[in-house]
Design a binder for this molecule. Sequence first.
Ligand code: PXP
Length: 237
Amino acid sequence: MKLGVNVDHIATIRQARNGSDPDPVAAAILALLAGADSIVCHLREDRRHVQDRDVDLLRQVAHNRLNLEMAAAQEIIEKALIIKPEVVTLVPERREELTTEGGLDVVLQSTKLKGVIETFNSAGIEVSLFINPEMAAIREAAKIGAQAVELHTGIYAESRSENARQLALDELTNAAIAAAKMGLFVAAGHGLNYFNVRPVAQIQQIEELNIGHSIIARAAMVGMTKAVEDMRYLIDR
Ligand code: PXP
């Protein structure tokens, strides 16, 4: 199981004072040294946390695999084509949201997304679509040529009863099986933490987990290295 560490919230702490500390680039270096397989960051149109300078430097640091999360917006597409991450993850983005709230509506935006996938693929950049674990979205993602899907684990992470949690886990499992059968690389993420990650890590068809907030929150207490090592231990066991 590969672990992508999202460093957005190191930038959130820095932006609280509009200064230079803490630096998401330093966090990325520590995460990689502690066993992260890739670095994830979300360059939002409003630049609320990650800045252009961060992405430029993260590109150099995460030389193995940089996963740039982004909206399918022209300005960010142009930036991504210059940065050349190994993979871009297309997400829906609304200015008033606290964080990404749901998966892409791939069926509704099929034509637009197909064009964006073609643009990135011809520049040698793979495209992952962040989607809810639903068959229609998976089928459409495969149809329009995405290389990967990232299954939204938010509903699983936020479910309050054991029943709801099991139901959400079953949906994730079925979605992962279907996506893998269609030849898609399967990632998952959103809301995963030290208490809920293990059942998701056990879904065989999921090849990568992308985790941000819980790792950064723990890093504030115990340091980045230990926070990443602890998560690695849970997902590898
Ligand atoms: N994957 C995607 C597509 C996301 O948008 C986010 C949030 O930026 C994450 C994973 C990480 O979510 P969290 O910060 O809740 O771990």
